[in-house]
Design a binder for this molecule. Sequence first.
Ligand code: 4AD
Ligand code: MG
Length: 432
Amino acid sequence: MESIQILDAKKHVGETVQIGAWVANKRSSGKIAFLQLRDGTAYFQGIVVKSEVGEEVFQLAKNLNQETAVLVTGEIREDSRSKFGYEIGISGLEVVGESHDYPITPKEHGTDFLMDHRHLWLRSSKQHAIMQIRNEIIRATYEFFNKNGFIKIDPPILTGSAPEGTTDLFETNYFDQKAYLSQSGQLYMEAAAMAFGKVFSFGPTFRAEKSKTRRHLIEFWMIEPEMAFMHQEESLEVQEQYVAFLVQNVLDNCDYALDVLGRDREVLKKYTKLPFPRISYDDAVALLQKNGFDDIQWGDDFGSPHETFIANSFDQPVFILNYPKAIKPFYMKPHPTREDVVICADMIAPEGYGEIIGGSERAIDHEYLLEQIRAHGLDENEYSWYLDLRKYGSVPHTGFGLGLERTVTWLSGIEHVRESIPFPRLLNRIYP
Ligand code: 4AD
Ligand code: MG
């Protein structure tokens, strides 16, 4: 007898198979029991009929607790009443692992309680759907960059540099030296671009930010492409093609998850249309001021109400171009005709999900960069390897970073970034 996964049930209609699963839920009458079975690939119903299995198996089924692990044997049948479309008529049942007083019940629980039980909460259907969307975004990311001639390069996690500023670094001991957990692999990716042309990284990054918002994690995953011989305008095209590709693949390959999450496909389809709109920082400030945001002055960074307002003025993700130099990192290329702005762009997601991409063209002049490193209070000795890139065949290059969790949160249509990663690290939370 073949062992199968629930997701493959449709290929086995009429066959008797074995499935290892957990009992997510159960209801029964005197003669028939319905088991809601979950194996990580999907959920479906197992039906136990007393007159078919006999008293002993029926009593066993009737008394199964939530989250008991079982091996079930039975025939796969079509089930037109369920959304999934298939069920199993159970003939044999074996308990593999008992479960008593499972803490997460079908009733509503508070967020703190669920976060404390994240190791179990992951089993629920909504979390399962979100992780499928996450997995699809990861898969499609590799497909996109491999298809477009990028190679994956892994920057280090333990570093001596602080690309995104010194205020939110996690410091650790590195034998008799100080080291930081990586905020961004970018500087190393610039070295990689000079070696390999078009590269991307995909790894964990850390920010000791004291932010407690629905968009901030302490540990998050970032995709950082870097491209040699490329200017910002071409990078924006790569960015919008990449994001549209992610949306299209979620639409194509995550039907079940989108149903569970109740995500409107028509809304997502709008995000596959290219190009995405572009607005300059200057115009964005003017737009906000015209619409009653008296708190924003030219030179300020945008907060989430500002980003949301700008995003709502468009129907798609929007690029905000060329921010003030004073509020951006040291490595960004200065504007050729304006002292006060740099050549950069943030991509703001629609529906209030905020910034999902930050990117820029990189400064390539050795003297300018050295000056910037000093002006930002960074230790130039830590950056001498980085400055070497500007000494030996320096070329125009550009890159960006997409936050995986913000993208998962947006495409899933969920409220908070904490549900977009298996085990979120948040301000004041590192358990479980
Ligand atoms: O805008 P950021 O800080 O850009 C960089 O780190 C550049 N070095 C990227 C590059 O050009 N290679 O971060 C990039 C993205 C943000 O747009 C956001 O999506 C995500 O990373 N991000 C966070 N996600 C969750 N929690 C946080 N605390 C985040 N900080 C940034
Ligand atoms: Mg940013």
